[in-house]
Design a binder for this molecule. Structure first.
Ligand SMILES: O=P(O)(O)OC[C@H]1O[C@H](OP(=O)(O)OP(=O)(O)O)[C@H](O)[C@@H]1O
Ligand SMILES: O=c1cc[nH]c(=O)[nH]1
Ligand SMILES: [Mg+2]
Length: 217
């Protein structure tokens, strides 16, 4: 399985991730959501380099221009809630993609233990398509695994791109075990070493869903 950490090379991407992490800047939820969206735009551009291209003759007012354009049938999927601004960033660049949505949330049994519940899926047929699963946080990797299993009921994609902003080392290893090795590529902007007792990424950024949309009851 190919793992691509875009944060390893210097670019403005790292400033956007730094702003997401920054305890003062992240209080501005509009900026927080917009930074997630901007990272989605950058990742869509990077992932698009992996698509299959063919040359088409494009009629301009003055002649025919040979243009290499992508042929993939792309489905952008996301995991509610924190995935929403990320999804929007992907869709800004891959504007002719189809879209899928899965809900996943942690239901706490007590202070430290939780199950992940999937209650909603809306997806087109996925067979032979390029599936991008977007979620800004990969902590344990369980939400991604369960979302993938839910999406698999909609067909067998030709390729899967898992796109995340911050992943834990543990989640990367988990995804490598749980997702099909031959067709999956994982894209991240940062890999952090640790999870805390509540399975939050350390240093991470906190709770991406709450920072985007407010605390839930
Ligand atoms: O890798 P995991 O351990 O499964 O954790 C990662 C999940 O946690 C966040 O969502 P959360 O469950 O907080 O829902 P929210 O977006 O509604 O806040 C995040 O967007 C992932 O979906
Ligand atoms: O660190 C984490 C873990 C789960 N969900 C988040 O938003 N952040
Ligand atoms: Mg959350």
């Amino acid at each position: 399985m190919k793992i691509v950490n875009l944060g390893e090379s210097n670019s403005v991407l790292n400033r956007f991730v730094a702003e997401l992490r920054d305890v003062n800047i992240q209080k501005d939820s509009m900026r927080f959501r917009r930074n997630i969206e901007r990272i989605g735009e950058i990742m869509a551009y990077e992932i698009s380099k992996d698509f299959t291209y063919s040359t088409k003759g494009i009629q301009s007012p003055l002649g025919i221009a040979p243009m290499n354009t992508p042929d993939d049938s792309v489905v952008i999927s996301t995991i509610l809630r924190a995935g929403l601004p990320y999804h929007q960033g992907f869709l800004s660049y891959l504007d002719n993609a189809e879209n899928a949505f899965v809900s996943a949330y942690r239901k706490y049994k007590d202070r430290l233990n939780f199950d992940i519940h999937i209650e909603y899926i809306a997806s087109p047929r996925l067979t032979d398509k390029t599936l991008i699963i977007t979620d800004p946080m990969l902590a344990t990797g369980s939400s991604m695994e369960l979302a993938y299993e839910a999406l698999r009921t909609k067909g067998h994609p030709a390729h899967i791109h898992v796109a995340s902003i911050i992943a834990s080392k543990q989640a990367i290893e988990y995804i490598q075990r749980k997702m099909p090795d031959d067709i999956t590529t994982v894209w991240v902007a940062a890999i952090d070493d640790e999870l805390d007792d509540h399975s939050y990424i350390v240093p991470g950024l906190g709770d991406a869903g709450d920072l985007s949309y407010g605390e839930k009851e």
